[in-house]
Ligand binder design. Structure first.
Ligand code: NOJ
Length: 743
């Protein structure tokens, strides 16, 4: 499979950003009739309370991800106080609730059902950070497509995904839900996921509405602590954090979720600059905006409003159409309208947007069209879906170390399978695993058995997060019977994700000590990491013979890991987030600036730590293969080019090893002199290519001046004449350079 990202797509996010700086004053909300007579007719019949009901989203009693404020959601449906529900799925349950809405309410407006379908509904795919490491946009789109198909058949209309928050701080547990640290890659993956979820269009029974979240900059909480303050310059925001939301909107995402954090001192839920000025005026977003869970209420704690009622007024005026779980709109909005603090026109505008999607889904013609037992039966956990999950899972795995070619294992070797994650299933489907169940998951032990690599001995050794070493003896006994140890260690599924920030991002408990004990036996040790974020693993890197990063890789985890360990699949994943050596280096990311005193190992007075290197342990873009690749020196079709022209960068890539394999060739640029400081390196294109052993291919990348554009000193988006270094290689840390000039 091959991805060729042409110059037109390379600059997609950037092009769309060109108008961002144009306006400075938020425009007034101007409600306009939609032009859809069905909506206007319905709106004319609605009471204020019924309108507010459409702007209200409650969880059912099945699940919650925060405080549960309303329990009587069925009565809320009956009274028209609630037009949308989340955490309600499966055919019988959604049919039962929908029946209440369309049979027992005055206006018979169907409900909208939402859910966090993040990396699968029942067939669980690798966590998004893992999928991103595949650098395979087709596979990522397919994963979202399958998730949508299963979810839609189970009665769902709407997923709270994709999460596109740029993550540069691995302490923040939610990096597992995103695509990593890079903006360009983040944009491409955001688009792929939206395409996957929404398929051929909203209204098809295999598509769900995408919700891009968490708007905006939720990925940059200070200290990596979830829900914390975000503070950054406008330039930084627009250049690194904002583009993926825009890419998702431009790819057609019809809903947006406001984030919990503040931006420039104003909570996103009440932030007119974000919700009106950027989203509506600059990007012409036509869908609706939902809060995050009790996001309106939380503005009181943020300290920008005195009480819930004022919070509701701020939210609606800023552009929040739907209140998730906070019940603020339901409790106070009618009063605010009566007092003249909120205009009826603002309410109408929000209701129009919500009704428009319900019409587009086709729910007024057939409110049950998505809840279909036959379709659910045919698609959920089907062999094809499981095969796709296995394929994406193995593509997501990153080989971090492979000393003395200890991997792949051969089937004659006697394996001791050790570690607290050797047999678990619940952890392998990871956090945010939708309706997925550990019971459907293939454990690593089962995967090895299925591959004909049945371990001669299995031992847990220790728990995931306990210091107790009493299980070490059994582990050492197991190792004594084997030729090689496969050690499955990492994080429990609840150690990353929402509300799961960690100050120590180590492999917790006694797991590292277990490795040390096993290493002392002299047997080669292959570490299989299962985790939801980059971890600090210098000790593991020093001691393990091989390290395979498998993330939490989903329902087919065990089979997929066995595919890689056995060599049935040659690993091709590359990291999309740097692995720091220690938390003291955080944030560490590849596209940093040079600073006035760039790092020089021989000079004290340069930007550095006196007790640790600057570079991460494993850089963005890094990942090994069972074969080796050699890059030729890149060449440019011309040394100088003008605005409006394109330039072609070519490089020869050879598979110099003994097996076929895929390589992710990455192209980075460095703007040597700009009106503002520029990163030392920025990803601008990549291709994932398969090469047979011994094969050479010439790769070409077409770039235009748009690829060299940025927010100049005057905040205008564009390019500046000057010299650029272009690097093409297998990670972000190569020196394979060609120089070009933009005139
Ligand atoms: C809170 C999370 O921040 C958000 O991502 C999720 O969609 C909602 N809860 C609903 O579960």
């Amino acid at each position: 499979m091959q991805h060729l990202l042409k110059s037109t797509t390379v600059v997609f996010c950037l092009l769309l950003s060109m108008t961002l700086q144009a306006q400075t004053k938020p425009a007034k909300t101007k409600p306009k009739p939609t032009g859809d007579p069905r909506i206007e007719k319905l709106l004319a019949k609605m009471t204020l309370e019924e309108k507010i009901g459409q702007m209200t989203l409650y969880t059912t009693d099945w699940e919650s991800t925060g405080p549960t404020i309303r329990d009587g959601y069925k009565n809320d449906i009956r009274s028209g106080n609630c037009g949308a529900l989340f955490n309600s799925h499966t055919v019988p349950f959604t049919r039962e609730l929908q029946r209440i809405a369309v049979e027992e309410t005055r206006l018979k407006i169907p409900l909208l059902f939402g859910y966090d379908v993040i990396h699968g509904y029942k067939t669980i795919f690798p966590i998004p950070l893992g999928e991103a490491a595949s650098w395979d946009l087709d596979a990522i789109e397919r994963s979202a497509r399958i998730a949508a198909t299963e979810a839609a058949a189970s009665g769902l209309h709407w997923t709270f995904a994709p999460m596109v928050d740029i993550g540069r701080d691995p302490r923040w547990g939610r990096v597992m839900e995103g695509a990593g640290e890079d903006t360009y890659l983040g944009c491409r993956i955001a688009e792929a996921r939206v395409r996957g979820f929404q398929g051929k269009g909203i209204g098809n029974t295999d598509a769900v509405i995408a919700c891009v979240k968490h708007y905006a900059a939720y990925g940059a909480p200070i200290g990596g602590r979830d829900y914390n303050t975000v503070d950054m310059s406008e330039r930084f925001f627009r250049e690194y954090y904002l583009p993926p939301y825009k890419a998702a909107v431009q790819a057609g995402a019809m809903t947006v979720m406001a984030s919990f954090n503040d931006y420039d001192g104003v909570p996103a839920t009440g932030n007119k600059y974000l919700l009106q000025h950027i989203l509506r005026d600059e990007w012409a977003f036509k869908g609706f905006v939902v809060t995050d869970y009790t996001g309106i209420n939380e503005m009181v704690k943020h300290g920008v409003v005195p009480d819930d009622k004022a919070a509701g007024e701020l939210a609606v005026q800023a552009g929040i159409d739907m209140d998730m779980q906070g019940a603020v709109y339901q409790r106070f909005l009618a009063q605010s309208v009566k007092e003249g603090k909120v205009k009826m026109a603002q309410i109408d505008e929000a209701v129009r947007r919500i009704l428009a999607l319900k019409f587009q889904l086709g729910l007024f013609e057939d409110p049950y069209k998505f809840s279909n037992a036959q379709r659910a039966q045919a698609t959920i956990l089907s062999p094809e879906n499981r095969a796709a999950a296995r394929d994406v899972a193995r593509k997501s795995m990153v080989l971090l170390k492979n000393a003395n070619q200890v991997l792949p294992l051969n089937k004659q070797q006697k394996i001791a399978l050790i570690g607290p994650l050797a047999e678990t299933k619940n952890d392998l489907i990871g956090n945010w695993s939708g309706a997925g169940s550990g019971a459907d998951c293939v454990s690593l032990l089962e995967g090895l058995q299925n591959a004909g690599m049945k371990p001669v001995a299995v031992a847990k050794g220790c728990a995931i997060d306990s210091e107790d070493q009493s299980g070490f003896k059994a582990a050492l006994d197991a190792a004594a019977q084997a030729d090689v140890v496969v050690l499955a260690i990492g994080e429990r599924a609840d150690m990353s994700g929402e509300a799961a920030s960690r100050a120590y991002i180590t492999v917790p408990g006694a797991q590292e000590a277990l490795l040390t004990a096993l290493k002392a036996t002299g047997k080669p040790v292959v570490v299989v990491l299962m985790n939801g974020r980059p971890l600090t693993i210098p000790n593991i890197d020093r001691q393990a013979d091989a390290i395979l990063e498998t993330w939490w890789s989903g329902t087919e985890a065990g089979n997929a890991i066995a595919d890689v360990l056995s060599g049935a699949y040659n690993p091709s994943g590359k990291l999309t987030m740097s692995f720091p050596r220690t938390t003291g280096q955080i944030p560490v990311y590849y596209n940093h600036k040079s600073a006035g005193r760039p790092f020089d190992p021989n000079s004290k007075w340069t930007t550095k730590y006196i007790d640790e290197a600057n570079a991460p342990l494993y850089a963005f873009g890094y990942g090994l293969s069972y074969t080796s690749f050699k890059y030729g020196v890149p060449t440019a079709s011309k040394t100088a080019f003008k605005k409006g022209e394109s330039i072609v960068i070519s490089v020869e890539l050879t598979n110099t090893g003994n097996v076929d394999g895929e390589e992710v060739a990455q192209l980075y640029i460095h703007d040597l002199v700009g009106s503002v400081t520029r990163p030392v390196r920025e990803l601008k294109a990549f291709q994932k290519v398969m090469l047979r052993k011994g094969e050479t291919k010439t790769l070409t990348f077409t770039l235009s001046d748009k690829d060299f554009s940025f927010f100049k000193q005057n905040m205008k988006f564009g390019s500046e004449p000057g010299d650029f270094e272009i690097t093409v290689g297998g990670n972000s840390d190569t020196d394979n350079v060609v120089r070009v000039s933009l005139k």
